[in-house]
Design a protein around this ligand. Structure first.
Ligand code: BG6
Ligand code: MG
Length: 210
């Protein structure tokens, strides 16, 4: 293993609650039922695909124009919430694990579906840390498609077989498997049948990446 590709939301930092608040505000405004369980299904999924999941509970059809306006409105709320994030939102455990992996010589990258990746990394003090960033701005297909991780490996100049993907989402483990990557799962991702390593927390990476 030469490189580690990290998912962002739910692995490096915890933005689930902000996604939830922003989607909930939009759903309530439009009279659409939305709860934490539905929010869990949005993990790793792109913004537009997330909206489609939310609209499963809507009572009418929405035009593409309306959907684009809804996604933009949700993102505006979300970005306002992200402005509250700071380096205090990066845990000591994640920070120390990243630094130790770098000391051990691993290349480190981000592989995230989020188009807000660079803003979030800046907020938590990791704006210049990673060797490569592959995110929602450079892909055409979201996880579970492997594109975001294949691009991350390409940006690093490494083969998928030499990169470990770290994920908290089922869709992310599927993407890693289909792209030919080993994976390390956190939380619900440990339940995926194709996960290579099951972790309790991110410091377990130091046992996997000796
Ligand atoms: C992923 C999150 O990282 O990014 C998803 O897990 C989210 O929940 C997706 O929908 C897209 O995020 P953004 O910031 O582009 O709306
Ligand atoms: Mg995630």
């Amino acid at each position: 293993m030469k490189a580690v590709i990290f998912d962002l939301d739910g692995v490096i930092c915890f933005t689930d609650k902000y996604h939830y608040i922003a989607w909930k505000k939009l759903a309530d405004k439009n009279g659409i039922y939305f709860d934490e369980e539905i929010n869990n299904r949005l993990r790793g999924v792109s913004r537009m695909d997330s909206l489609e999941i939310i609209l499963e509970r809507a009572e009418r059809e929405y035009s593409l124009e309306e959907k684009e306006a809804m996604a933009a409105e949700k993102n505006a709320t979300y970005v306002e919430l992200l402005k509250e994030m700071s380096p205090a939102d990066l845990s000591d455990e994640v920070k120390n694990t990243l630094e130790e992996l770098r000391t051990r010589g691993y290349k480190l990258a981000i592989g995230s579906s989020s188009k807000n990746t660079k803003m979030i990394l800046g907020q938590i003090g990791l704006g210049d840390f990673f060797d490569a960033i592959s995110d929602g701005t450079n892909i055409t297909k979201s996880k579970p498609d492997p594109e975001v991780f294949l691009k991350a490996a390409e940006f690093l100049g490494e083969k998928p077989g030499d990169c470990l993907v770290v994920e908290d989402a089922m869709a992310g483990i599927q993407a890693a498997f289909d792209g030919g990557f080993e994976s390390a799962g956190l939380g619900e991702a440990t339940g995926h049948p194709q996960v290579t390593h099951k972790m309790d927390s991110s410091k377990d990476l130091l046992e996997i990446c000796k």
